[in-house]
Structures are given as structure tokens and as C-alpha cells.
Design a protein around this ligand. Structure first.
Ligand code: APR
Ligand code: ZN
Ligand code: ZN
Length: 360
């Protein structure tokens, strides 16, 4: 039996409960979590913005130690440190055959999957985003674990699993920021902070952070922002004036709202690129007129998991950490227990802090 934060129903508060985990089956790995970051996608799954079968154990940004492995697992052994990868790839679908593993058609487990049971009544529990990291231990498919790169403490490694792969990847793989370009990052949460650091690593000449909360300025500047704009209905105009009336080369949207997607697009120069990392609901409709699409010659793209291949990219991120270019510690503004996740969700809604990290 281990403790977990269970989402009993969409929209309901999380409950701390004892759960029974099975021994890992063929191709599965049991992991003892060291830490798990609280990502906005967990909030979106719990409030119904994104769908998840319930009752569920959420949490998809984690790292820990392998406890045991099931039949046929060869890549990791008990005692190994691993980062959880919430988007395992099958290697054989069309996307995987093109190397776009983040779009793997078979990445998400089916809605009927049950991975554990509540100890109190034996009822089914589903793993939110495959890995169910809001628990002392989890059982995942072997494709959901990757070795922790050398020299990265497990608690820091957790952040690599979502915020950093996503924010860094948005900048380097999706927008492909080049040295000397100007970048605006909308949303200074864990993902936006990683995107800001990634823009600095890419050698961006000007990095403008945008957030609705004025409180995020110091965090943003610490992550590399050269300018800070408190979001309003004149955000795009302010960004244009900060860039010699031109607009930025690249905008990275890390909020997931129609208004910020539209403002990000409006803040780019002619020919600029906007990458949308944020995940919004179906109610968030963005409109463009045909003439402006022609006139501005801009690109707007979606971005899943930062268009990252975790197996390829984790060693690259680790190298940035070891060289002092990427600071994982500054993403974390709060360390909590499992019972602190509800408060972390509240802080997210209120626009307070960076990442909250559940430390086990
Ligand atoms: N304009 C600018 N910033 C905004 C706005 C807005 N209208 N609304 C909210 N924000 C800011 C919040 O103040 C917060 O700082 O966006 C930030 C979002 O940060 P988090 O809630 O910590 O979210 P994070 O975990 O970083 O995820 C960002 O990426 O993966 C997706 O689902 C995730 O959509 C989410 C996004
Ligand atoms: Zn996430
Ligand atoms: Zn695939």
C-alpha cells in the first residue's frame, strides 16, 4: 500500500488515499517517486478542461528510483534513477516512423486502463497521463521511464519530465529560435520559465516575458527575461514598441487561452513564428481574418511536449544543467507534500509562484 492523491471525479477535490499497486507485469516498471512537479495540465485534467478517466491519480512530471521490473524489461534495473516520460512512443506508427515521437498515435493508454485500486474498497484507479506521479510509488510501462542523466539530483530531474522538455523544446524544436532573435514568452509558470531559460540558451537578443500577474517579474528576469510586460489588451502594442515597432521574431504561448494566442500572434513581426504550448479548452476560439494572414506572412504552430524526443533530449538538457546554463532549482518556488497539491492548484489559478514540487 502506498499513499496517493486521488481525483475521485472531475471537478472534485483531490483526496489523499492508500492505494494498492500490483507488482509490475510484463513490460512494466515499478518506481518509488522522489519528487513530482504540479503542472497546469494536472489542474486542467482535474477541472475537466482536458479529459481523463476517473477516479484517477494525476501527476506526470516526476522522477524516482526503480523498485522492481516486470518480465522482459531490460533497459532499467532496480535501484536506477529514472525520469518519467508521460508520452511513450510505439516506434511503429506513422508519426514515430517520421521521428515525430511526441505525436505517437499510441502514446496514451486507453480510457479503460486500470493500474491500481483504492485500498479501502478495491475500486479501480486510472493513471492520469500514463504515469500517475502524485503517489509514493507507481507502476508504468517501460517506455515511460528514462535514465536520469548523470549528475542530476532526482528532485531536480522531476522537472525535466514536463516543464523543461516542454518549454525548452518549444523554443529549440518548434520555434527553432536562432541567436540574435527576439522572443516573447507568454505565461511565466513552470513551462514559461523553462522557455525563458531556453531562449537565453539559444542566444536570443531580447527576451520579453508577459504575464497577467505583476508578481512574476523577478522570477522571469532570473530566468533570462530582459523585459517584463503585465498582460493587458495592449500587450501586442507594448511588445512592438519594445522591439522598435517591429514585433518579436518568435512568440511562445505558455498559457492556453484564446486571448494570449491572439496577442502572441499579434506581437510577432511580419514573417514571425508563434508556438502554442498552452492547452486551452474548446471554448477558447481564436479568430484571424484572411487578409491579415496573407499580409503578415506569419506562422502559427501547435507544440506537443515541446516537440521533444525525451530519449534524445534528456542528455542534452542535462549537459546544459551541468554547464550551468540551465538552472532547474529556480523553477521551484514551493516544496510540498501530497496534501499540498490542492493549494498548488489554487496558487496557479491566482497566478502565484513558479513550480510547486511534491517531495516524497
Ligand atoms: N495573459 C498572460 N498570462 C496569463 C494569462 C493571460 N491572460 N492568464 C494566465 N496567465 C499566466 C498565469 O499568471 C501563470 O503565471 O500564465 C501562467 C501559467 O502558468 P502555470 O499555471 O504555472 O502553468 P504551467 O504549468 O506553466 O503550464 C502552462 O502549458 O502544458 C501547458 O497545460 C499547460 O496550458 C498550460 C501551459
Ligand atoms: Zn505538464
Ligand atoms: Zn508511435
Amino acid at each position: 500500500m502506498v499513499r496517493a492523491a486521488v481525483l475521485p471525479a472531475v471537478g472534485a477535490p483531490l483526496e489523499i488515499a492508500e492505494i494498492d499497486l500490483p507488482a509490475p507485469g510484463p513490460g512494466q516498471v515499478r518506481v518509488r517517486l522522489a519528487a513530482a512537479g504540479v503542472c497546469h495540465s494536472d489542474l486542467s485534467l482535474s477541472d475537466g478542461t482536458m479529459r481523463v478517466p476517473v477516479p484517477a491519480v494525476l501527476g506526470h512530471e516526476g522522477a524516482g528510483t526503480v523498485v522492481s521490473v516486470g518480465e522482459g524489461v531490460t533497459g532499467v534495473a532496480p535501484g536506477d534513477g529514472v525520469v518519467l516520460n508521460w508520452a511513450p512512443s510505439c516506434g511503429s506508427c506513422h508519426a514515430c516512423s517520421l521521428g515525430e515521437v511526441w505525436l505517437c498515435a499510441n502514446a496514451l493508454t486507453g480510457a479503460g486502463d486500470v493500474y491500481a485500486r483504492r485500498a479501502s474498497d478495491g475500486s479501480d484507479l486510472h493513471p492520469g497521463l500514463n504515469v500517475a506521479a502524485f503517489a509514493e510509488e507507481t507502476v508504468v510501462a517501460a517506455g515511460c521511464v528514462l535514465p536520469v542523466p548523470d549528475g542530476i539530483p532526482l528532485t531536480d530531474a522531476a522537472l525535466l519530465g514536463c516543464a523543461v522538455l516542454t518549454g525548452y523544446g518549444a523554443v529549440h524544436h518548434s520555434a527553432r529560435v536562432r541567436a540574435g532573435e527576439t522572443v516573447a514568452v507568454f505565461g511565466v509558470g513552470g513551462v514559461g520559465l523553462a522557455a525563458l531559460q531556453a531562449a537565453r540558451i539559444a542566444g536570443a537578443s531580447q527576451i520579453i516575458a508577459v504575464d497577467i500577474s505583476p508578481e512574476k517579474e523577478s522570477l522571469a528576469r532570473e530566468a533570462g527575461a530582459t523585459d517584463y510586460v503585465v498582460a493587458s489588451d495592449t500587450t501586442a502594442r507594448e511588445i512592438r514598441s519594445l522591439t522598435g515597432k517591429q514585433g518579436v521574431d518568435v512568440a511562445v504561448e505558455c498559457v492556453g487561452r484564446a486571448v494570449t494566442i491572439r496577442a502572441a500572434w499579434d506581437s510577432t513581426r511580419r514573417g514571425g513564428r508563434t508556438t502554442v504550448v498552452g492547452i486551452g479548452g474548446k471554448d477558447q476560439q481564436v479568430t484571424f481574418n484572411a487578409l491579415e494572414i496573407f499580409h503578415w506572412g506569419r506562422t502559427l504552430s501547435g507544440c506537443v511536449y515541446g516537440n521533444s524526443d525525451p530519449a534524445r533530449d534528456l542528455p542534452v538538457l542535462a549537459e546544459h544543467v551541468r554547464a550551468g546554463r540551465l538552472d532547474l532549482g529556480t523553477l521551484v518556488t514551493e516544496r510540498i507534500g501530497l496534501d499540498g497539491i490542492a493549494g498548488a492548484f489554487e496558487n496557479m489559478v491566482a497566478g502565484k509562484g513558479g513550480r510547486a514540487l511534491v517531495v516524497f
